[in-house]
Design a protein around this ligand. Structure first.
Ligand SMILES: Cc1cc2nc3c(=O)[nH]c(=O)nc-3n(C[C@H](O)[C@H](O)[C@H](O)COP(=O)(O)O)c2cc1C
Length: 166
């Protein structure tokens, strides 16, 4: 898949089939995450891959709009140290994860982390040091067929609606 097609076709996937993502693919996805741009090249992040069933359930219970995390093959929690641009940096890495996953035919969904009252709880459950802030949770899994049909109907604003050329 070329880069433009990858960006144009990616949509959030919240329903998955029961199929394991090979560890080497997860590692490649994380490799893409750590190559994202960061302010002053600080790379303030930490990525936690959650594969354990009980931990996934715990995260699902905590994240109010991420109940589907328990059904995903794994979940990546993106943390950043509390730097000036931690949110931009962590968001850039998050987007790289979504796109890299899609490249490998893996569906994903960005679940809110930063600003959520549960961010600290997630950090504690995962045993991550308190110098880190949760930016996002990303569910990952091979897409359910019905979900792939459903995403065709997701409405996006047209280029004309969002573009001004001066
Ligand atoms: C900062 C942010 C937080 C989000 N949080 C959630 C969430 O908690 N639960 C969820 O199901 N989707 C969440 N999403 C996914 C959006 O709902 C989704 O990206 C949007 O509806 C557009 O659909 P698309 O990803 O298929 O283009 C989040 C997306 C972003 C960028």
């Amino acid at each position: 898949m070329d880069g433009i097609t990858m960006i144009e076709t990616r949509r959030s996937i919240r329903r998955y089939v029961k199929k394991q993502i090979p560890d080497e693919i997860v590692k490649k996805i994380i490799n893409c995450a750590r190559l994202a741009p960061t302010a002053n090249n600080l790379q303030p992040w930490l990525f936690v891959v959650i594969k354990d069933t009980k931990l996934k359930q715990q995260i699902s219970d905590i994240a109010d709009h991420g109940k589907f995390i328990k059904d995903a093959d794994c979940c990546i929690a993106v943390f950043c140290e509390d730097t000036k641009y931690y949110l931009e940096d962590g968001s850039a890495a998050t987007q790289n994860i979504l796109l890299a996953a899609w490249y490998f035919g893996i569906g994903s969904c960005w679940v809110a982390g930063d600003k959520k009252p549960y961010a600290e709880k997630v950090r504690e459950v995962l045993g991550v040091k308190d110098k880190y802030k949760l930016v996002s949770l990303i569910s990952l899994g091979y897409p359910d067929e019905e979900e792939l049909k459903k995403i065709q109907n997701i409405k996006k604003k047209s280029v004309e609606e969002v573009l001004i050329i001066k």
